[in-house]
Design a protein around this ligand. Structure first.
Ligand code: SAH
Length: 204
């Protein structure tokens, strides 16, 4: 599937039915999701691989990975309402994704996800709850040798320090994330958030 076709296909997926601010539930817009996935595909990190999507929400990244030929895909998500949407989205595109309700902070989640080749994630940026992204980074580094994550622009120094001795930032791709007015504290109809996609590799 070509990049543009992937983008258009992901555009068809439903969003969060009742987004929860505390969990920072923002669906990755199709163009950004497609860019992350295509980049990972070109690096050889998707096709035939076991992919884990941490905080999969409505399943955009997980389903996209399956569409690009992943060997198997697991989507981990704490919120069962989000998983209902994710399952419907997967059915719509006939994607074979295993959705697992689990908290990334729970030590038992490692066994539930199983070892992965590649982690993909758009974790909470920590805007509502400081450091909410840390358990995602921790779990990603334990599950897979390679991780693609979407972070707030300017997160590179933090991620670098936080993962020291455990992982390395192998690559950084810029992007932006248009957030539509979702929560009461949003003041604009659309707010453009600058983000960066980081490719993290685990230090063995
Ligand atoms: N990955 C999706 C959703 C991004 S929003 C996408 O790209 O569209 C972040 C997601 O992380 C939300 O769905 C939220 O419910 C989930 N989340 C937040 N804290 C979590 C936790 N501790 N464990 C698992 N999932 C969590």
């Amino acid at each position: 599937m070509k990049l543009k076709a992937l983008e258009m296909t992901l555009q068809r997926l439903a969003g969060f039915s009742r987004p929860r601010a505390a969990l920072e539930q923002y669906q990755t817009p199709a163009p950004l999701a497609a860019r992350l996935l295509y980049h990972a595909l070109m690096k050889g990190d998707i096709e035939g691989k076991r992919i884990c999507d941490l905080g999969c929400g409505t399943g955009v990244l997980a389903i996209g990975a399956w569409l690009l030929g992943a060997g198997s895909v697991a989507g981990i998500e704490i919120d069962k309402d989000a998983l209902l949407v994710a399952r419907t989205n997967a059915e719509l595109l006939e994607a074979d994704v295993e959705f697992i309700q689990a908290d990334v902070r729970d030590p038992g989640t490692i066994a539930k996800a199983g070892a992965c080749d590649t982690v993909i994630m758009n974790p909470p940026f920590g805007a509502q709850k400081a450091h909410a992204d840390r358990p995602f980074i921790d779990l990603a580094l334990r599950l897979a040798p390679v991780t693609y994550g979407i972070f707030n622009a300017g997160s590179t120094p933090f991620v670098k320090t936080y993962t020291e001795g455990r992982g390395e930032i192998a690559e950084r791709v810029g992007g932006s994330f248009p957030i539509k007015r979702t929560f009461a504290f949003h003041t604009k109809d659309v707010q453009e958030i600058e983000v960066e996609i980081l490719r993290l590799t685990r230090i063995p």
